[in-house]
Design a protein around this ligand. Structure first.
Ligand SMILES: Cc1ncc(COP(=O)(O)O)c(C=O)c1O
Length: 372
C-alpha cells in the first residue's frame, strides 16, 4: 500500500521559511560586522538563553558534547573518579565522562519513561563517586527529586543533560535549574537548533561559570591571560545570531510539539502492538522525540519507510552494550529495561510545522502494518 504523502522525520527548512526575513537579516548583520567568534552576538545570546532557562549564567561553547566535558572539567573530575549515568542515552553523555578521566558507571532506565531509574542509583554509589548525569531523554525530565536527594546525601554534583529537553518542566521547575549545572545542545535538529554545531552550560554558580568559561576559551577569560590550560570550544557569532532569532519562538514551538503529541495520542490509540509515550505525573514533556514501542520494531520501521514515513531509532544499542564499552563486560541482565527497549523504541516524525495531513499519514502508515 502507499500513503498519500510522505512525511520527513523533521523539516528544518520549513522552520527556516517561517522566520526567513529575521534569520537572513541576523546573518547579514554578523557578516556586515565580522563578529565571527564570540563578540556581541554571542554575549547577547548567552544573556537571553540564561534568562529563558531561569538560570543566572550561560557559558556558550562549540557543541553539547563539549558542554558536558567542560562542566566535568570545571567540577574537578579526575582519574579514579566515578560518574553515574543512564544506560540508554546518546554517547555524548558518557564518552565525556571518560574524556574527563573518570569511570562511567551505568544505571538502568525506567521501563516506561526511559529516564534513569533513581531507585537503582544508590546501589552504584561508591567512595569514588563524584557525580550523576541524569538525561532528560527524548524531552521528558528525569525524576529529579530522588536524584537530588541521593546527590545531597553523598555530596555529589549533578549535571542535568538537557540536550533534548529545552523548557521541559519537573514539578513546575525548568529542567536545568535543579542540578549543579545544565548542559544544552543546539544541534540543528534539537528543539532549539542552530545552523551548525552549538552548545551551552548554564548554572547559578558564578565561580563554576567562570571556571567553565575559562576552560572553554584556552584557559583565560581575558585574551592572552591564560590562568590554566584549556580547550578551544567557542560559540561563533553566526550560530549565536541564529539562536537569538529562534529563541523567542521556542515556547510556541514547544507548545506545538505538545499539541502534536496530544493529537498523536488520540489518533494512534489502539494501534495494534504500539505503546505510546508515557509521561510521569508532574513532568512536562517537550517531545524532542515522539518515541513509541513495538515488539517488531525493525519490521515496522521498514514498513513505514516503504510507505514514505521517515523514522529513527534513538538508540539501537544501549550504552553498556556498545563496542566502546566492551571493556566493562556488562550483560543484558544488569540493564534489563535498556536492553529490552533498545530493540523496541522507534521515534516517529515530530516537528512544530507538522500538518494534520502528515500526522494522518503516520497514523495510516502504522495501521497498515501487516500482521506477522
Ligand atoms: C542526550 C544528549 N546529550 C548530549 C548531546 C550532545 O550534543 P551535540 O550533538 O551538540 O554535541 C546530545 C545531542 O545529540 C544528546 O542527545
Amino acid at each position: 500500500m502507499s500513503t498519500i504523502i510522505s512525511v520527513p522525520f523533521a523539516d528544518l527548512h520549513a522552520q527556516y521559511l517561517s522566520i526567513k526575513s529575521d534569520m537572513d537579516a541576523a546573518i547579514a548583520e554578523v557578516i556586515r560586522t565580522s563578529a565571527f567568534i564570540r563578540g556581541p552576538f554571542v554575549q547577547k545570546f548567552e544573556t537571553e538563553f540564561a534568562a529563558a532557562m531561569g538560570l543566572a549564567h550561560c557559558v556558550s561553547c562549540a557543541n553539547g558534547t563539549d558542554s558536558l566535558y567542560i562542566a566535568m572539567h570545571a567540577l574537578g573530575v579526575k582519574p579514579g573518579d566515578e560518574v553515574i549515568a543512564p544506560a540508554h542515552s546518546w554517547i555524548s553523555t558518557t564518552e565525556t565522562i571518560t574524556q574527563a578521566g573518570a569511570k562511567v558507571v551505568f544505571v538502568d532506565t525506567d521501563a516506561n519513561t526511559y529516564t534513569i531509574d533513581p531507585a537503582q542509583i544508590e546501589a552504584k554509589v561508591t567512595s569514588r563517586t563524584v557525580g550523576i548525569i541524569p538525561v532528560h531523554l527524548y524531552g521528558q525530565p528525569a525524576d529529579m527529586d530522588p536524584i537530588m536527594a541521593i546527590a545531597a546525601r553523598h555530596r555529589l554534583w549533578v549535571i542535568e543533560d538537557c540536550a533534548q529537553a529545552h523548557l521541559a518542566r519537573y514539578k513546575g521547575r525548568n529542567v536545568g535549574t535543579m542540578g549543579t549545572a545544565a548542559s544544552f545542545s543546539f544541534y540543528p535538529g534539537k528543539n532549539l537548533g542552530a545552523m551548525g554545531d552549538a552548545g551551552a552550560i548554564c548554572t547559578n554558580d558564578k565561580a563554576l561559570a567562570d571556571r567553565m568559561g575559562m576552560f572553554a576559551r584556552h584557559g583565560g577569560l581575558v585574551k592572552g591571560d591564560h590562568q590554566i590550560e584549556g580547550i578551544n570550544s567557542r560559540l561563533d557569532g553566526l550560530q549565536a545570531a541564529v539562536l537569538s532569532v529562534k529563541l523567542p519562538h521556542l515556547r510556541a514551538w514547544t507548545v506545538r510539539r505538545q499539541e502534536i503529541a496530544a493529537s498523536y495520542a488520540k489518533l494512534l490509540a489502539g494501534v495494534p502492538g504500539v505503546t505510546l509515550p508515557v509521561v510521569a505525573t508532574d513532568r512536562e514533556h517537550v517531545y524532542h522525540l515522539y518515541v513509541i514501542r513495538h515488539e517488531r520494531r525493525d519490521a515496522l520501521a521498514k514498513h513505514l519507510s516503504a510507505v514514505g514515513i521517515q523514522t529513527v531509532v534513538n538508540y539501537p544499542v544501549a550504552l553498556p552494550f556498545l563496542p566502546c564499552y566492551q571493556r566493562f563486560g556488562h550483560t543484558p541482565a544488569e540493564f534489563p529495561n535498556a536492553f529490552r527497549n533498545q530493540s523496541r523504541v522507534l521515534s516517529l516524525p515530530i516537528f512544530p510545522e507538522m500538518t494534520a495531513a502528515q500526522m494522518d499519514a503516520v497514523n495510516q502508515g502504522l495501521r497498515s502494518m501487516p500482521n506477522p
